[in-house]
Design a protein around this ligand. Structure first.
Ligand code: PLP
Length: 412
């Protein structure tokens, strides 16, 4: 079959899935519009504050809007949260005290959290260093929560249970809101008073509901992923129960200061407009990932999720089976980027990773993974993690180019 014909087949196959995505975008867009109108967002809200940032009406209103949309009592949406990891760490440091214990329920957390967790007496001020004990429950062979191990690890000191929604860079599937809801029901049966924290990175606006809607207490994420809509230049968010958000803000800033202060400098207009665009941009990225999944599956590659599987994040895994193909793929994505397209990515050793990693990220905002980016560790089965895409068209152009590069490589 010719390439053009093949891609037409891919497109017709995914059309019903794309339609579902578009319908969800419209539902989110309507909710967002209603929230903007309810809170009477005006030009004044887009003007950022300076100095201490007291009475920053734009910041306060944005936080109310996001709290309401995500099902929380209160929120922090701030440019001075430097990353997703920082937002997550603020939640954990806010809620946990020396002597408390906490459990990662969904296996190994995202790599950047290893140093936050730390180890006892490591002298770094990590959670473990402060005497907060950590337990990790590995997933079963079918990537399910191991409840019998959980039962063994809980005791009267267990204060917080952490769930990671997205697969991150692991081989397991992401956990949908329905699956998270079941986990929370089960946790409440065993530990009615535990705090349930969800790392919501990459999940925002992918489904109709967010983890707080199904019983989580506090969630966190990055603004240079889904929620910033591609326009936020930095920042993170925390949403949840008022008392927990306040505790997180005390760790983020200082006790008694967190919620009330924090100048927004020049960020607010981008935050508002980025939030407004976020459902659409997430939809574009999702359409791109569905296309990638179908296209590469048709070419005989193993993909996860498959194009018709339910999604809860914007990540697509493609198993490329050789080091050369992984490198070729990432170079093709870089070469199809708007920024730094002339740069050729090389595998390199990154602290915290055991194998060298290759990354493609020709993004407007440094490291923004709501923009099209691809990366993968150089180890079997040479899986590439693809995510983001501000426009569906860009993802299609880039993926066709990647396939073309791989075919040229095969002929050699
Ligand atoms: C991206 C991500 C993080 C960390 O976010 P950074 O902004 O890179 O610090 C944590 N957890 C998951 C699942 C992520 O995808």
């Amino acid at each position: 079959m010719s390439n053009v014909k093949m891609q037409q087949n891919t497109i017709s196959k995914i059309t019903p899935i794309l339609k579902q995505i578009e319908e969800r975008v419209e539902r989110h867009q309507a909710k967002l519009l209603a929230a903007f109108q309810k809170y009477r967002v005006s030009e004044a809200h887009l003007q950022s504050s300076t100095g201490y940032g007291y009475d920053d009406i734009g910041r306060q209103t944005l936080e109310q809007i996001i709290a309401e949309l995500f099902g929380g009592e209160s929120a922090l949406v701030r440019p001075n949260i430097v990353s997703g990891t920082h937002a997550i760490a603020a939640c954990l440091y806010g809620a946990l005290r020396p002597g408390d214990e906490w459990i990662a329920l969904t296996g190994r957390p995202y790599d950047t959290l290893f140093k936050v967790i730390g180890s006892p007496h490591d002298g770094t001020g990590s959670l473990s260093d402060l005497g907060i004990r950590y337990h990790e429950i590995g997933l079963t062979d079918e990537y399910r929560v191991d409840w019998s191990e959980f039962q063994q690890k809980v005791n009267h000191k267990t204060k917080l249970i952490a769930i990671q929604r997205s697969r991150g860079y692991s081989n397991r599937p992401s956990f949908t809101i329905t699956e998270i809801a079941k986990m929370i029901t089960q946790i409440r049966k065993i530990l009615p008073n535990a705090i349930v924290f969800v790392d919501n990175c990459y999940g925002e606006f992918v489904e109709d509901q967010e983890p707080l809607h199904v019983g989580a207490d506090i969630i966190a994420g990055s603004l240079i992923k889904n929620l910033g809509g591609g326009l936020a230049k930095s920042g993170g968010y925390i949403v949840g129960r008022r008392a927990l958000v306040e505790l997180a803000s005390s760790r983020l800033v200082a006790p008694g200061l967190g919620i009330e202060v924090g100048a927004t400098h020049g960020y607010l207009a981008d935050f508002y407009q980025g939030l407004f665009l976020a459902p659409h941009v997430v939809g574009e990225a999702l359409k791109g990932m569905v296309f990638a999944s179908a296209l590469f599956e048709d070419e005989g590659y193993t993909v996860s999720p498959t194009y018709q599987e339910k999604r809860t994040d914007i990540i697509q895994q493609i198993q490329l089976d050789s080091e050369e193909k992984l490198i070729t793929f990432c170079r093709a994505i870089q070469a199809a980027s708007p920024i730094n397209a002339y740069v050729q990515p090389e595998p390199s050793v990154i602290p915290g990773y055991t194998d060298p990693v290759i990354m493609a990220a020709g993004t407007f905002v440094q490291g923004a993974s709501i923009e099209l980016s691809a990366d993968g560790p150089l180890r079997e089965p040479y899986t590439v993690y693809l995510q983001g895409g501000l426009t569906y068209a860009h993802v299609k152009v880039a993926l066709k180019q990647a396939l073309h590069f791989l075919k040229k490589y095969n002929k050699r």
